[in-house]
Design a protein. Sequence first.
Length: 89
Amino acid sequence: PNAPPIPESTRAWLSEHQWMQLKSLEQIGVFKSSTGALTQNLEQDSLGWKRWAGEERAEAADLPRGCRELSSFHRLFLLRVLRPDRIGA
């Protein structure tokens, strides 16, 4: 199944490939929380997510609201999609 097209609010800083990966994360229960699906959160707070993704040390920065309660393990999924350069090393 194809993911819905990337929203205009995120198009400037998020690739189609990243969007598809984020949509696939929604198969994991924690990314379909009561506060809404991950991509819905990303669409609604695009500026907050863009700011987080642009952080020099995104792995240590606070996630945007709606995802702040994620475990370190689940944060790795987001880093892998949005900031793969911050994994490892």
